[in-house]
Design a protein. Structure first.
Length: 214
């Protein structure tokens, strides 16, 4: 898998006021977690980080991180925070990894195709956007596609239906649902209660409709 690059600067000033000032300057704070070593605080270009995050699949992308002028370090995105009002990334956490040791990451599941159930009036509901995958960092897929063209109303896709790419293992519970086709309200309203009509006003067989006797 090809790597992406990110350059950051060591952070030496701390506090809320400093962070706000740096954000106004287009820099966001972050933390690099290093196995066996103390974590490293840094600042990064917010626009560059936002571009990487919006590109998709960043949770499983291998990043060549350059801190100041040091040699690149191999890292994965661990987490990030965002401000939806200002449309900005406000903080990131990175995890340094060893390319020879397996890691786990959340990988997006991309549904492709036009489901038969949607053409029949159903609604596609994707309940899980990602699955947890274990692999060597360079083998982690950026995304996994699943063809739902044949998915009918009332049917569902489960984790057990997803095929992991070569060299990787899906560790999410196999029973978890990924997506399903539900009957729309319009479809429900079109149904009729069979046997409901014509029942009212009819007499049951053998019922007494009049005494006829004094």
């Amino acid at each position: 898998m090809s790597h992406v690059s990110l350059s950051v600067s060591t952070r030496t000033e701390f506090g809320s006021a400093v962070s706000r000032r740096r954000r106004r300057e287009g820099r966001l704070p972050g933390v690099l977690y290093q196995p066996g070593s103390a974590s490293l605080a840094f600042t990064a270009d917010e626009a560059e980080v936002r571009r990487l995050v919006r590109g998709g699949g960043i949770r499983s992308a291998v990043v060549d991180l350059i801190v100041d002028t040091d040699a690149p370090r191999t890292v994965l995105f661990k987490a990030w925070s965002s401000d939806p009002v200002r449309d900005q990334i406000t903080h990131i956490d990175l995890q340094q990894v060893d390319l020879t040791i397996e890691v786990e990451a959340d990988v997006p599941v991309i549904l492709v195709g036009s489901p038969a159930g949607v053409r029949d009036g159903g609604i596609l509901d994707q309940t899980s956007l990602t699955v947890r995958v274990r692999a060597l960092p360079d083998t982690l897929p950026r995304s996994i596609e699943y063809d739902i063209s044949d998915l009918a109303v009332g049917e569902a896709v489960h984790v057990s239906d997803i095929v992991a790419p070569t060299g990787s293992t899906i560790v999410t519970d196999s029973e978890n649902a990924i997506a399903s086709i539900m009957l729309s309200r319009a479809g429900l309203s079109d149904g009729t209660d069979e046997g409901g009509e014509g029942a009212e006003g009819e007499s049951a067989p053998g019922a007494d409709t009049g005494s006829g006797e004094e």
